[in-house]
Write a protein that binds this ligand. Structure first.
Ligand SMILES: [Zn+2]
Ligand SMILES: [Zn+2]
Length: 192
């Protein structure tokens, strides 16, 4: 009897480890720090909705508009859209150098992480006198965060990072179902 019980436990642990592995494989993030993960909320989540509305109005990145919202105790402490008007008057140094997505952001004034929504939202909270430590960050418009942004979030003590469900398809240029270029169109909304 004892042996049987041990076997059952083994099957259980095998099952769970397999499941965890497949979950990891489901979404390939270009970057994710060791021990970190993304959590997901529906598109209609109030903070995700706020982020999308803000992005539509304020993002200066017309291809991949994004907004991050820093939330603690259901209160928005900071909000920030991505992009800069630098590219309107300057060519992109990263494009010139052929940088890959996620690489060389510090090489271009326009692409610099200080213009990414995660960093902008954290800085906005701090500027308003809030401590973002223990707050959550909701990110609309992207399906992963670059290393400088993760570093900033970890340093600021952000607890959980939430993305919109389906982000890895909708905001991924490589995915056939992406809505890049029509994020705010009604047809795109229906697919969310
Ligand atoms: Zn650039
Ligand atoms: Zn970033």
């Amino acid at each position: 009897m004892k042996e049987k019980a041990i076997n059952i436990n083994n099957i259980g642990s095998l099952y769970f480890s397999k499941k965890e592995r497949s979950m990891e494989k489901q979404i390939q993030y270009p970057y994710l720090p060791e021990g970190k993960q993304f959590l997901y909320v529906e598109a209609r989540n109030v903070f995700m909705t706020a982020a999308k509305m803000y992005a539509e109005e304020f993002s200066l990145d017309k291809v991949m508009p994004g907004t991050a919202v820093v939330v603690k105790d259901r209160k928005i402490l900071g909000i920030g859209a991505n992009g800069s008007d630098y590219h309107k008057t300057h060519s992109c140094r990263r494009v010139e150098l052929g940088c890959k997505s996620g690489e060389g952001y510090d090489l271009c004034e326009g692409c610099h992480p200080k213009n990414h929504s995660e960093t902008t939202a954290i800085n906005d909270a701090v500027k308003k006198g809030y401590n973002p430590r223990g707050a959550d960050l909701y990110l609309w418009g992207h399906f992963w965060c670059c290393k400088p942004c993760w570093d900033a979030m970890i340093k600021a003590g952000i607890r959980n990072v939430y993305l919109m469900e389906g982000s890895e398809r909708l905001f991924n240029k490589e995915h056939p179902d992406n809505i890049v270029g029509k994020q705010f169109e009604k047809t795109a909304r229906r697919r969310l």
